[in-house]
Design a binder for this molecule. Sequence first.
Ligand code: FPP
Length: 242
Amino acid sequence: MEQQALPRHIAFIMDGNGRWAKKRGLPRTAGHRAGTQNVMKIVEHCGDLGIECVTFYAFSTENWSRPAAEVNALMSLLGEFLEKNLMRLHTNGVRIRILGEASPRFGEALTATLHSAVELTKNNTKMILNVALNYGGRAEIVRAFKAMHADAEAGKLDFDAVDEKTVQDYLYTAGCPEPDLLIRTSGEQRISNFLLYQLAYTEFVFTPVSWPDFTPERLDEALRDFASRSRRFGGLDKESKC
Ligand code: FPP
């Protein structure tokens, strides 16, 4: 694949775990387990391709409304994922970041695991792996406004000079290029409060395949689709300009 046709940043909405499990007569948590196992395959494929940044929507601020057993299973799976894969990710130069509000509801063990993953990998430069956890796009923007206000009050920010780049710098994704590509699995065609500011010019791929079945080959298909698109960022194609 041509280097310039590759996205620098891919964001994933990993949908369809529940339906994947239901089709097989399994509990929803089995779908989340299969979905979690799939994350590493996709991260490693992105690493092999030279993608700079990947962002996974693991748990939204709205997901707390799910049954407690499902919420607990998701938290455990995330902890297990990090415990199992942290050293491998670290050795491969992956920097792990958590996008979202820390919460006592994560529990002490997961909080400690998240903290050590972020700390251990903070100087890695090969790829950024963002995990959106207790994340909401609107909440992220509100938080950025509040942080800018506080910095302005403290004399650290000239509010009149605030521009779009300043806002980007106050988002959880600061330091990552905006996503070039968003992939949502399982047929739904919405963004569900994900990266609202950052997705302004992102290309979307919606695939009917459920997340546990979203293989590296399916990712390659999405990348070919991405490469075939003409991104104009509100301007015109070269051919249309004459
Ligand atoms: C959506 O499927 C999936 C989620 C709400 C959770 C995704 C989280 C993981 C796979 C945990 C691990 C994540 C990482 C980054 C290690 P759904 O339950 O809404 O599916 P349905 O729409 O078919 O019911």
